[in-house]
Ligand binder design. Structure first.
Ligand code: ADP
Length: 188
């Protein structure tokens, strides 16, 4: 496979395409603070999943930047949508890196709380919010690694076993592939 690594009994892999067709347990949506839907991956998820997702989002009311909330997934091929809000890129001096890391970390914690085994991420903040791909991909991998490092409690049953990054374009796929191989080098 082109992009897969194993770490602490979990798999981290990459998939190029439309996340709304990806079969998993929970998909992570690049949402906005009002949970109001919109363009990009957020629009695609609401469009494909149907109106029940927005009804639940309206009940939740909103989500601060760096946080994550979850709803059921309507007609999408998963059980849960984790709506996570990444920062708008403002040049990199307004704490964007920390907020993006938090968004990844809180999404993973939410996945763990929901007891899901396979979580699929869209690339948070790298569309309309303009976060540079390379920096975003390195932050994403670091958070996954940190999460797996502290998640592996031998007595815990509900573990995230597979984390997939679903990348819309080949360009961003290859950036994430580089970050994956850097963060999780193959053992000799
Ligand atoms: P943000 O506002 O957080 O930047 P966007 O939805 O504009 O969110 O973009 C986030 C990433 O999602 C971008 O890299 C974009 O190419 C990608 N994307 C857009 N539509 C889809 C989709 N249907 N499936 C997977 N990724 C998508």
């Amino acid at each position: 496979m082109l992009g897969i690594r194993h770490y602490k009994n979990s798999a981290i892999d990459l998939w190029q395409g439309d996340i709304t067709t990806f079969v998993c347990d929970a998909m992570v949506n690049a949402a906005n603070t009002k949970l109001a839907g919109g363009g990009g991956v957020d629009g695609a998820i609401h469009e494909a999943g149907g109106p029940s997702i927005m009804e639940e989002c309206n009940k939740i009311g909103g989500c601060p930047t760096g946080q994550a909330v979850s709803t059921r997934a309507g007609q999408l091929p998963c059980q849960w949508i984790i709506h996570s809000v990444g920062p708008v890129w403002q040049g990199g001096r307004s704490g964007e890196q920390k907020l993006l890391a938090l968004a990844y970390r809180n999404s993973l914690c939410e996945a763990e709380r929901l007891g899901v085994r396979h979580v699929a991420f869209s690339s948070l903040s790298t569309g309309v919010y303009r976060f540079p791909f390379e920096e975003a991909s390195n932050i994403a991998m670091k958070e996954v690694k940190d999460f797996l490092d502290c998640e592996k409690d031998p007595v815990k049953k509900n573990e995230v076993k597979r984390i997939t990054f679903v990348l819309f374009s080949l360009e961003i796929y290859s950036v994430f592939q580089k970050a994956l191989f850097k963060a999780f080098p193959e053992k000799a």
